[in-house]
Design a protein around this ligand. Structure first.
Ligand SMILES: [Zn+2]
Length: 250
């Protein structure tokens, strides 16, 4: 959904690179989740804020992160720096002039940008395990989306040029982190009013409807913002690469 929104958000110049490749981008958007057999991959998808004392004073470089928390810095997550690296890959792909590489780099960058908009990717309590709400991670980022959202329900927010794009991931993470307390409270409220069914403590349909009523607007907002921010990333990478035309159009 995020890559579809992003491609639709683009002006004609960069959009031309994706003609006939929209599906290819979507097909690869989940690839990084399948790379997690590599133990270094997991922390690329999140940034825990608690080890740094919360959102107000996050490290901006890996060196600063290491200086603050020592050798454990990697374990606390590195997603903003991975977004920077993958954005540079996309810029390079535009420079090389290879539409297949542009499509793949977009898919991968979009994955990590999406992760940076998920509130539970910004906290040590990433699965509600510290507040007795285990499973909330997938209930929020998969359960609600799969049950209630189709791409056509989402609004395309036009991509904007951003000359300082590389500074943005921290802002997205801080904004997502601010959504954590309400998200957890809404899950608890839905559980209080809808006892779980069966021995495996399945959530009932009523649980999902209540959680959707309270968190649905937030889920949609974060998807739309992630789509726009991936659009900004593509537009800015294309401009940084010198606004190249795709090979077929040359
Ligand atoms: Zn991920």
């Amino acid at each position: 959904m995020i890559s579809t929104l992003a491609i639709r958000s683009l002006p004609e110049g960069p959009k031309a690179w994706f003609a006939g490749r929209e599906e290819g981008v979507c097909d690869h958007a989940s690839d990084p989740d399948h790379w997690k057999q590599d133990r270094k991959e997991g922390p690329r998808h999140f940034l825990d804020m608690e080890p740094y004392g919360g959102p107000t004073n996050l490290p901006r470089t890996l060196e600063a992160a290491q200086a603050r928390v020592g050798g454990d810095y990697y374990r606390h997550g590195v997603v903003p720096w991975i977004i920077q690296d993958r954005w540079r890959d996309l810029t390079e792909a535009f420079r090389e002039g290879d539409p297949a590489k542009v499509a793949f780099a977009t898919a991968i960058l979009g994955h990590y940008i999406g992760d940076a908009h998920v509130p539970l990717h910004t906290t040590e309590n990433h699965n509600g395990q510290l507040t007795n709400q285990k499973g909330i991670h997938s209930r929020w980022e998969s359960g609600l989306v799969e049950r209630h959202i189709v791409t056509e329900d989402l609004t395309v927010l036009p991509a904007q040029q951003d000359a300082t794009f590389l500074a943005r991931p921290w802002e997205w993470l801080v904004a997502a982190h601010a959504l954590v307390p309400q998200l957890l409270e809404d899950d608890r409220a839905a559980d209080r009013t809808t006892p779980m069914a069966g021995q495996d403590k399945r959530r009932t349909q009523a649980y999902w409807l209540i959680l959707w009523a309270s968190q649905g607007p937030t889920v949609k907002q974060q998807l739309q913002l992630a789509g726009q921010h991936l659009g900004n990333a593509i537009l800015s990478a294309w401009i940084a690469a010198g606004k190249p035309a795709p090979p077929s159009a040359k």
